[in-house]
Design a protein around this ligand. Structure first.
Ligand code: 1HN
Length: 348
Protein backbone atom coordinates (compact mmCIF):
# COMPACT_ATOMS: atom_id res chain seq x y z
CA UNK A 1 0.00 0.00 0.00
CA UNK A 2 1.35 3.44 -0.89
CA UNK A 3 0.33 6.77 0.62
CA UNK A 4 -1.85 7.54 -2.39
CA UNK A 5 -3.94 4.57 -1.30
CA UNK A 6 -7.40 4.03 0.06
CA UNK A 7 -6.01 3.11 3.50
CA UNK A 8 -4.99 6.73 4.23
CA UNK A 9 -7.88 8.30 2.33
CA UNK A 10 -11.36 7.05 3.23
CA UNK A 11 -12.95 9.32 0.61
CA UNK A 12 -10.83 7.62 -2.06
CA UNK A 13 -11.87 4.19 -0.79
CA UNK A 14 -15.51 5.22 -1.06
CA UNK A 15 -14.86 6.48 -4.60
CA UNK A 16 -13.11 3.24 -5.67
CA UNK A 17 -16.08 1.24 -4.41
CA UNK A 18 -18.35 3.24 -6.72
CA UNK A 19 -16.04 2.59 -9.69
CA UNK A 20 -16.21 -1.20 -9.38
CA UNK A 21 -19.81 -1.74 -10.64
CA UNK A 22 -18.88 0.23 -13.76
CA UNK A 23 -15.87 -2.02 -14.42
CA UNK A 24 -13.51 0.85 -13.80
CA UNK A 25 -10.39 0.95 -11.65
CA UNK A 26 -7.89 3.66 -10.71
CA UNK A 27 -4.58 3.13 -12.51
CA UNK A 28 -2.61 5.01 -9.86
CA UNK A 29 -3.31 2.22 -7.35
CA UNK A 30 -1.77 -0.38 -9.69
CA UNK A 31 0.96 1.46 -11.53
CA UNK A 32 3.76 -0.03 -9.44
CA UNK A 33 2.73 -3.56 -10.49
CA UNK A 34 2.47 -2.60 -14.14
CA UNK A 35 5.68 -0.65 -14.51
CA UNK A 36 8.36 -2.83 -12.95
CA UNK A 37 11.98 -1.78 -12.62
CA UNK A 38 12.85 -5.24 -13.96
CA UNK A 39 10.95 -8.38 -15.03
CA UNK A 40 9.38 -10.43 -12.24
CA UNK A 41 8.60 -13.90 -13.56
CA UNK A 42 5.98 -15.94 -11.77
CA UNK A 43 7.87 -19.16 -12.53
CA UNK A 44 10.46 -20.48 -10.09
CA UNK A 45 13.67 -22.36 -10.88
CA UNK A 46 12.96 -26.08 -10.94
CA UNK A 47 14.51 -29.43 -11.92
CA UNK A 48 12.61 -32.55 -12.99
CA UNK A 49 15.04 -35.44 -12.38
CA UNK A 50 14.65 -38.13 -15.05
CA UNK A 51 14.97 -40.83 -12.38
CA UNK A 52 11.69 -39.53 -10.88
CA UNK A 53 9.82 -38.94 -14.12
CA UNK A 54 10.82 -42.03 -16.12
CA UNK A 55 9.03 -44.70 -14.02
CA UNK A 56 5.86 -42.58 -13.88
CA UNK A 57 5.98 -41.94 -17.62
CA UNK A 58 6.45 -45.67 -18.37
CA UNK A 59 3.52 -46.41 -16.06
CA UNK A 60 1.30 -44.22 -18.27
CA UNK A 61 2.12 -46.68 -21.07
CA UNK A 62 0.06 -49.34 -19.23
CA UNK A 63 -2.86 -47.00 -18.67
CA UNK A 64 -3.48 -45.47 -22.07
CA UNK A 65 -2.28 -45.99 -25.64
CA UNK A 66 -0.60 -43.21 -27.62
CA UNK A 67 -3.50 -43.33 -30.07
CA UNK A 68 -6.17 -42.90 -27.41
CA UNK A 69 -4.20 -40.18 -25.63
CA UNK A 70 -3.45 -38.50 -29.00
CA UNK A 71 -0.21 -37.46 -27.28
CA UNK A 72 0.88 -39.42 -24.20
CA UNK A 73 2.77 -36.74 -22.36
CA UNK A 74 3.48 -35.77 -18.78
CA UNK A 75 3.44 -31.98 -18.59
CA UNK A 76 6.40 -30.48 -16.74
CA UNK A 77 4.52 -28.04 -14.54
CA UNK A 78 6.38 -25.21 -12.95
CA UNK A 79 5.57 -25.43 -9.20
CA UNK A 80 4.46 -21.78 -9.23
CA UNK A 81 2.25 -22.22 -12.32
CA UNK A 82 0.39 -25.50 -11.80
CA UNK A 83 -2.63 -26.20 -14.01
CA UNK A 84 -1.48 -23.80 -16.70
CA UNK A 85 0.76 -26.04 -18.84
CA UNK A 86 3.73 -23.78 -18.13
CA UNK A 87 7.33 -24.81 -17.42
CA UNK A 88 8.15 -21.09 -17.41
CA UNK A 89 5.89 -18.06 -17.82
CA UNK A 90 6.13 -18.32 -21.63
CA UNK A 91 7.14 -21.91 -22.43
CA UNK A 92 5.45 -25.29 -22.31
CA UNK A 93 7.49 -28.45 -21.76
CA UNK A 94 6.51 -32.09 -21.46
CA UNK A 95 8.00 -35.58 -21.69
CA UNK A 96 6.36 -37.79 -24.31
CA UNK A 97 6.40 -41.59 -24.46
CA UNK A 98 5.82 -43.75 -27.51
CA UNK A 99 6.03 -47.53 -27.24
CA UNK A 100 6.99 -50.05 -29.93
CA UNK A 101 4.25 -50.44 -32.55
CA UNK A 102 2.35 -47.33 -31.45
CA UNK A 103 1.36 -44.32 -33.49
CA UNK A 104 0.36 -40.85 -32.30
CA UNK A 105 -2.18 -39.64 -34.89
CA UNK A 106 -1.64 -36.81 -37.37
CA UNK A 107 -2.67 -33.29 -36.51
CA UNK A 108 -1.46 -29.77 -37.02
CA UNK A 109 -1.64 -26.68 -34.86
CA UNK A 110 -0.54 -23.08 -34.88
CA UNK A 111 1.86 -23.71 -31.99
CA UNK A 112 5.44 -24.39 -33.00
CA UNK A 113 6.87 -27.51 -31.42
CA UNK A 114 10.31 -28.96 -30.96
CA UNK A 115 11.29 -32.41 -29.77
CA UNK A 116 14.55 -33.17 -28.08
CA UNK A 117 15.20 -36.92 -28.06
CA UNK A 118 16.08 -38.18 -24.58
CA UNK A 119 15.90 -41.96 -24.72
CA UNK A 120 15.49 -44.54 -27.48
CA UNK A 121 16.37 -44.97 -31.09
CA UNK A 122 14.42 -45.55 -34.29
CA UNK A 123 11.02 -43.98 -33.59
CA UNK A 124 10.02 -41.21 -35.97
CA UNK A 125 8.09 -38.01 -36.37
CA UNK A 126 6.65 -37.41 -39.84
CA UNK A 127 6.50 -33.72 -40.73
CA UNK A 128 4.35 -32.79 -43.75
CA UNK A 129 4.91 -36.27 -45.16
CA UNK A 130 8.62 -36.71 -44.41
CA UNK A 131 9.78 -39.04 -41.64
CA UNK A 132 12.55 -37.93 -39.32
CA UNK A 133 14.00 -40.94 -37.50
CA UNK A 134 15.11 -40.21 -33.94
CA UNK A 135 18.42 -40.77 -32.25
CA UNK A 136 19.26 -39.54 -28.75
CA UNK A 137 20.30 -35.91 -28.76
CA UNK A 138 18.59 -35.10 -32.07
CA UNK A 139 16.44 -32.00 -32.38
CA UNK A 140 13.28 -32.43 -34.44
CA UNK A 141 11.02 -29.51 -35.39
CA UNK A 142 7.34 -29.41 -36.19
CA UNK A 143 6.88 -25.80 -37.29
CA UNK A 144 3.54 -24.04 -36.96
CA UNK A 145 0.73 -25.59 -39.01
CA UNK A 146 2.77 -28.55 -40.32
CA UNK A 147 1.04 -31.95 -40.24
CA UNK A 148 2.78 -34.32 -37.87
CA UNK A 149 2.37 -37.82 -36.53
CA UNK A 150 4.73 -39.98 -34.52
CA UNK A 151 5.41 -43.71 -34.79
CA UNK A 152 7.65 -46.22 -33.12
CA UNK A 153 8.88 -49.02 -35.38
CA UNK A 154 11.77 -49.81 -33.02
CA UNK A 155 11.72 -52.44 -30.28
CA UNK A 156 12.09 -50.13 -27.28
CA UNK A 157 10.30 -47.18 -25.70
CA UNK A 158 11.21 -43.71 -26.97
CA UNK A 159 11.01 -40.61 -24.78
CA UNK A 160 11.49 -37.03 -25.83
CA UNK A 161 11.16 -33.55 -24.44
CA UNK A 162 8.43 -31.52 -26.14
CA UNK A 163 8.92 -27.76 -26.20
CA UNK A 164 6.02 -25.62 -27.39
CA UNK A 165 5.06 -21.94 -27.39
CA UNK A 166 1.64 -22.79 -25.91
CA UNK A 167 1.50 -19.97 -23.30
CA UNK A 168 2.58 -17.42 -25.92
CA UNK A 169 -0.10 -18.41 -28.44
CA UNK A 170 -2.70 -18.61 -25.68
CA UNK A 171 -1.84 -15.02 -24.74
CA UNK A 172 -2.09 -13.93 -28.39
CA UNK A 173 -5.37 -15.88 -28.86
CA UNK A 174 -3.99 -17.49 -32.00
CA UNK A 175 -4.48 -21.17 -31.15
CA UNK A 176 -5.96 -23.43 -33.84
CA UNK A 177 -5.77 -27.21 -34.30
CA UNK A 178 -6.89 -29.55 -37.08
CA UNK A 179 -7.00 -33.35 -37.01
CA UNK A 180 -6.13 -35.30 -40.14
CA UNK A 181 -8.83 -37.70 -41.38
CA UNK A 182 -6.49 -40.70 -41.12
CA UNK A 183 -4.14 -41.50 -38.24
CA UNK A 184 -1.10 -41.22 -40.50
CA UNK A 185 -0.46 -38.40 -42.97
CA UNK A 186 0.61 -39.73 -46.41
CA UNK A 187 4.34 -40.03 -46.99
CA UNK A 188 5.27 -37.58 -49.73
CA UNK A 189 9.07 -37.36 -49.48
CA UNK A 190 11.82 -39.81 -48.55
CA UNK A 191 13.28 -39.59 -45.06
CA UNK A 192 16.31 -37.30 -45.01
CA UNK A 193 15.13 -35.23 -47.99
CA UNK A 194 14.98 -31.91 -46.13
CA UNK A 195 18.41 -32.39 -44.56
CA UNK A 196 19.88 -33.18 -47.99
CA UNK A 197 18.33 -30.10 -49.60
CA UNK A 198 18.88 -27.59 -46.81
CA UNK A 199 21.38 -29.08 -44.39
CA UNK A 200 24.56 -29.19 -46.47
CA UNK A 201 25.37 -25.46 -46.38
CA UNK A 202 23.57 -25.18 -49.71
CA UNK A 203 20.04 -24.30 -50.80
CA UNK A 204 18.02 -25.49 -53.78
CA UNK A 205 18.34 -23.01 -56.64
CA UNK A 206 15.30 -20.95 -57.61
CA UNK A 207 13.44 -21.79 -54.45
CA UNK A 208 11.21 -18.94 -53.46
CA UNK A 209 8.91 -20.27 -50.76
CA UNK A 210 8.63 -18.20 -47.62
CA UNK A 211 10.63 -19.59 -44.71
CA UNK A 212 9.34 -18.45 -41.35
CA UNK A 213 10.57 -21.75 -39.91
CA UNK A 214 13.53 -23.89 -40.80
CA UNK A 215 13.00 -26.31 -43.72
CA UNK A 216 15.31 -28.73 -41.86
CA UNK A 217 13.22 -30.94 -39.57
CA UNK A 218 15.98 -32.99 -37.98
CA UNK A 219 19.26 -31.73 -36.57
CA UNK A 220 21.32 -34.86 -35.91
CA UNK A 221 23.18 -34.89 -32.58
CA UNK A 222 26.30 -36.31 -34.23
CA UNK A 223 26.86 -33.15 -36.23
CA UNK A 224 26.10 -30.65 -33.48
CA UNK A 225 28.21 -32.58 -30.97
CA UNK A 226 31.13 -32.72 -33.37
CA UNK A 227 30.92 -28.96 -33.92
CA UNK A 228 31.09 -28.37 -30.15
CA UNK A 229 34.08 -30.68 -29.83
CA UNK A 230 35.90 -28.80 -32.60
CA UNK A 231 35.19 -25.52 -30.81
CA UNK A 232 36.66 -26.91 -27.64
CA UNK A 233 39.76 -28.11 -29.48
CA UNK A 234 40.18 -24.70 -31.09
CA UNK A 235 40.46 -23.16 -27.61
CA UNK A 236 38.88 -20.02 -26.21
CA UNK A 237 35.64 -20.23 -24.29
CA UNK A 238 32.83 -17.79 -23.53
CA UNK A 239 32.99 -17.22 -19.76
CA UNK A 240 29.18 -16.86 -19.54
CA UNK A 241 27.98 -19.78 -21.70
CA UNK A 242 30.87 -22.14 -22.40
CA UNK A 243 30.87 -23.36 -25.99
CA UNK A 244 27.35 -22.59 -27.18
CA UNK A 245 25.74 -22.93 -30.61
CA UNK A 246 22.27 -22.03 -31.81
CA UNK A 247 20.18 -24.21 -34.11
CA UNK A 248 19.36 -22.05 -37.10
CA UNK A 249 17.14 -21.86 -40.14
CA UNK A 250 19.72 -22.33 -42.93
CA UNK A 251 17.58 -20.37 -45.37
CA UNK A 252 17.73 -17.20 -43.26
CA UNK A 253 20.55 -17.64 -40.75
CA UNK A 254 18.01 -16.77 -38.04
CA UNK A 255 16.48 -18.92 -35.32
CA UNK A 256 15.03 -22.26 -36.43
CA UNK A 257 11.48 -21.20 -35.52
CA UNK A 258 9.89 -17.76 -35.07
CA UNK A 259 8.91 -18.01 -31.40
CA UNK A 260 11.50 -20.32 -29.84
CA UNK A 261 15.28 -20.29 -30.01
CA UNK A 262 17.18 -23.53 -29.42
CA UNK A 263 20.75 -24.12 -28.37
CA UNK A 264 23.35 -26.75 -27.59
CA UNK A 265 26.26 -25.97 -25.29
CA UNK A 266 29.33 -27.76 -24.00
CA UNK A 267 30.60 -27.05 -20.49
CA UNK A 268 33.97 -28.73 -19.95
CA UNK A 269 34.58 -30.61 -16.70
CA UNK A 270 35.43 -28.18 -13.91
CA UNK A 271 34.18 -25.14 -15.87
CA UNK A 272 32.16 -22.59 -13.92
CA UNK A 273 30.33 -19.85 -15.81
CA UNK A 274 30.25 -16.22 -14.78
CA UNK A 275 26.88 -14.90 -13.63
CA UNK A 276 24.54 -14.17 -16.53
CA UNK A 277 20.89 -13.28 -17.03
CA UNK A 278 18.61 -12.46 -19.92
CA UNK A 279 14.94 -11.68 -20.42
CA UNK A 280 14.25 -14.98 -22.17
CA UNK A 281 13.17 -17.90 -19.99
CA UNK A 282 14.74 -21.25 -20.84
CA UNK A 283 14.14 -24.96 -20.42
CA UNK A 284 17.24 -27.17 -20.38
CA UNK A 285 17.70 -30.87 -21.08
CA UNK A 286 20.92 -32.53 -19.96
CA UNK A 287 22.38 -34.63 -22.75
CA UNK A 288 25.69 -35.58 -21.16
CA UNK A 289 27.41 -34.98 -17.86
CA UNK A 290 26.43 -33.57 -14.48
CA UNK A 291 26.71 -30.38 -12.49
CA UNK A 292 24.76 -27.68 -10.74
CA UNK A 293 23.16 -24.40 -11.64
CA UNK A 294 22.64 -21.63 -9.12
CA UNK A 295 19.67 -19.65 -10.39
CA UNK A 296 17.89 -16.82 -8.63
CA UNK A 297 19.49 -17.89 -5.34
CA UNK A 298 18.41 -21.55 -5.67
CA UNK A 299 20.86 -24.43 -6.23
CA UNK A 300 19.70 -27.11 -8.66
CA UNK A 301 21.71 -30.29 -9.22
CA UNK A 302 21.37 -31.86 -12.66
CA UNK A 303 22.51 -35.04 -14.38
CA UNK A 304 22.01 -36.85 -17.68
CA UNK A 305 18.42 -36.68 -19.03
CA UNK A 306 17.17 -34.29 -16.33
CA UNK A 307 15.13 -31.25 -17.36
CA UNK A 308 15.28 -27.89 -15.59
CA UNK A 309 13.70 -24.45 -15.93
CA UNK A 310 15.51 -21.12 -15.67
CA UNK A 311 12.92 -18.30 -15.46
CA UNK A 312 13.42 -14.92 -17.11
CA UNK A 313 15.94 -12.42 -15.76
CA UNK A 314 17.29 -14.61 -12.97
CA UNK A 315 21.07 -14.51 -12.65
CA UNK A 316 22.48 -18.00 -13.13
CA UNK A 317 25.83 -19.72 -12.79
CA UNK A 318 26.63 -23.19 -14.15
CA UNK A 319 29.17 -25.47 -12.54
CA UNK A 320 30.01 -28.62 -14.51
CA UNK A 321 31.45 -31.49 -12.48
CA UNK A 322 31.86 -33.57 -15.67
CA UNK A 323 32.15 -32.73 -19.35
CA UNK A 324 28.54 -31.69 -19.94
CA UNK A 325 26.31 -30.99 -22.92
CA UNK A 326 23.07 -29.06 -22.42
CA UNK A 327 20.26 -28.58 -24.88
CA UNK A 328 18.00 -25.60 -24.21
CA UNK A 329 15.13 -23.70 -25.75
CA UNK A 330 13.83 -20.25 -24.92
CA UNK A 331 11.61 -17.43 -26.13
CA UNK A 332 14.65 -15.32 -27.09
CA UNK A 333 13.95 -15.00 -30.81
CA UNK A 334 10.41 -13.77 -30.24
CA UNK A 335 11.64 -11.11 -27.82
CA UNK A 336 14.42 -10.16 -30.23
CA UNK A 337 12.07 -9.78 -33.16
CA UNK A 338 10.02 -7.36 -31.07
CA UNK A 339 13.10 -5.43 -29.97
CA UNK A 340 12.61 -6.41 -26.31
CA UNK A 341 15.38 -8.88 -25.50
CA UNK A 342 18.00 -7.81 -22.95
CA UNK A 343 20.91 -9.58 -21.35
CA UNK A 344 23.27 -8.79 -18.51
CA UNK A 345 26.74 -10.28 -18.23
CA UNK A 346 28.23 -10.28 -14.76
CA UNK A 347 26.87 -8.62 -11.62
CA UNK A 348 26.79 -4.96 -12.62
C1 1HN B 1 1.46 -31.74 -29.42
O1 1HN B 1 0.83 -31.62 -30.60
C2 1HN B 1 2.49 -32.64 -29.26
O2 1HN B 1 2.52 -33.27 -31.55
C3 1HN B 1 3.13 -32.75 -28.06
O3 1HN B 1 3.65 -34.46 -30.16
C4 1HN B 1 2.74 -32.00 -26.98
C5 1HN B 1 1.29 -30.36 -26.03
C6 1HN B 1 0.24 -29.51 -26.14
C7 1HN B 1 -0.41 -29.35 -27.33
C8 1HN B 1 -0.02 -30.08 -28.44
C9 1HN B 1 2.92 -33.51 -30.42
C10 1HN B 1 1.69 -31.11 -27.11
C11 1HN B 1 1.03 -30.98 -28.33
Amino acid sequence: MNDKGAGCHPERAEYYARLTPHNLAPLWEDLGNLLLRAPKPEAVPHVWPYADVRPLLLESGDLITAEEAERRVLILENPALTGRACATDTLYAGLQLILPGEIAPAHRHTQSALRYIIEGSGAYTAVDGEKAYMEEGDLILTPSWTWHDHGNTSDGPTVWLDGLDIPILRFMTTTFVEHYADPVYPETRPSGDSLARYGANMLPVNETRAQTSSPVFRYPYERSREALEKMRQAGGIDPYQGHKLEYINPATGGAAMPTMSSFLQLLPKGFKTESYRATDAAVYSVVEGAGTVRVGGVDLAWGKRDTFAVPAWMPHVFDASEDSVLFSFSDRVMQQSLGLWREQRGNQ
